[in-house]
Design a protein around this ligand. Structure first.
Ligand code: SAH
Ligand code: SF4
Length: 353
């Protein structure tokens, strides 16, 4: 399932791409130091957000020098930031090779959620999605994904409570690196973020959903459905031609059997396209007996698609209520800063790498 193209951390590995086991190996086998050096370094990076090894004062000077040469922390450069009225913050980052991605920091009162990108661009070309219309550039490395989270946490100045893989790209087409970044964010001696505070969102890459069900970190799953029948879904989301609804539903039933967490279904309402209340009835049949939770999200004006009128949104929601589908109408946060991912990157030109 890998797209395979990525700017792998070139000559020296990015420290943020290392697993805890790799840190321990480095400490013992390369530095010939005790194992706990791994925990010390990870504490600086993941807990204290100190990325410059010269500031890691409980390490010897020679070790700090080695760290700087052999496993430096590589972070993207921030090339943009927007703040919305509801305190949503959107960041634009640029990596060494010039690739740009966005991340979003969402505020829910005392809690904060970081939305990270998994690919620069996306190969799946959903018609309503700004990222999809940009095309695919490359996969992000594990360190480039974890780095977005850590930098936002550093900028915020306090702990971020949740991470969602809902930025640019399809996480389950960059599975190896996405899973590695999840392991790092979750590991108790690294960032220690609870599995239930981590959500992967997919457009419906069925084999990846099964792999996620078998993954040792029991993260949450969100599925972007947007249409309850193959004819409409094929038009909106080309991924559906590869994994049509029967295949997707089969993977979701497998996931439900394996995972305790229930699945969230995302349904972006697009004016005159998928907002007919009749489609709510079809969705009820499709999801019957699975106990999934539906998020209804009025479309952010994207590549193709307008937000339905309030009356149409209400009519669709009324049908869901009548069908006893558990749902929430989500007002897109940060709508005034085009927080739907891809919209900032699409409008900007890269700096010279
Ligand atoms: N590729 C994954 C994760 C990234 S997209 C996926 O598709 O699930 C994250 C979410 O943003 C998806 O639910 C996607 O459908 C949604 N999205 C894309 N364009 C949007 C728009 N114009 N308005 C509202 N949501 C949008
Ligand atoms: Fe890719 Fe998700 Fe956008 Fe579709 S909605 S193009 S899968 S990022």
């Amino acid at each position: 399932m890998e797209n395979g193209r990525q700017a792998e951390d070139r000559e020296t590995p990015n420290a943020l791409s290392l697993s805890y086991e790799e840190w321990e190996k480095l400490a013992v086998e390369v530095w010939e130091e005790p194992k706990f050096r791994a925990a010390q370094v990870c504490q600086w990076v993941y807990a204290k957000k100190i990325f410059d090894c010269h500031e890691m004062t409980n390490l010897s000077k020679p070790l700090r020098e080695r760290l700087a040469c052999e496993a430096p922390v590589k972070l993207p450069v921030q090339v943009g930031e927007q703040k919305s009225k509801d305190r949503t913050r959107k960041f634009l980052w640029q990596f060494e090779d010039g690739a740009r991605v966005e991340s979003v920091l969402l505020n829910h009162g005392t809690h904060t959620t970081a939305c990270v990108s998994s690919q620069a661009g996306c190969p799946l070309a959903c018609v309503f999605c700004a990222t999809g219309q940009m095309g695919y550039e490359r996969d992000l490395t594990a360190g480039e994904i974890a780095g977005q989270f850590l930098l936002m946490e550093k900028r915020l100045g306090r702990e971020v409570n949740n991470v969602v893989y809902m930025g640019m790209g399809e996480p389950l087409l960059n599975q190896k690196n996405v899973f590695a970044s999840i392991r790092a964010l979750n590991h108790p001696k690294m960032r220690g973020l609870g599995a239930r505070h981590i959500t992967v969102s997919t457009s419906g890459v069925a084999p990846g959903i099964k792999d996620l069900a078998d993954f040792e970190v029991p993260v949450r799953l969100s599925v972007s459905l947007h249409a309850p029948n193959d004819a409409l879904r094929n038009k909106l989301m080309p991924v559906n031609r590869r994994y049509p609804l029967p295949t997707l539903m089969d993977a979701l039933r497998y996931y439900k059997k394996r995972a305790e967490e229930r699945v969230t279904i995302e349904y972006v309402l697009i004016d005159g396209v998928n907002d007919d209340p009749q489609l709510a009835f079809e969705m009820a049949t499709l999801l019957d007996g699975l106990g999934f939770y539906v998020n209804v999200i009025p479309c952010n004006p994207g590549a193709a698609g307008a937000r339905p009128s309030e009356a149409r949104i209400r009519a669709f929601c009324a049908a869901l209520t009548e069908l006893s589908i558990e749902f929430e109408l989500r007002r897109e946060k940060g709508a005034d800063i085009l927080a739907a991912c891809g919209q900032l990157a699409a409008k900007s030109k890269p700096l010279d790498p």
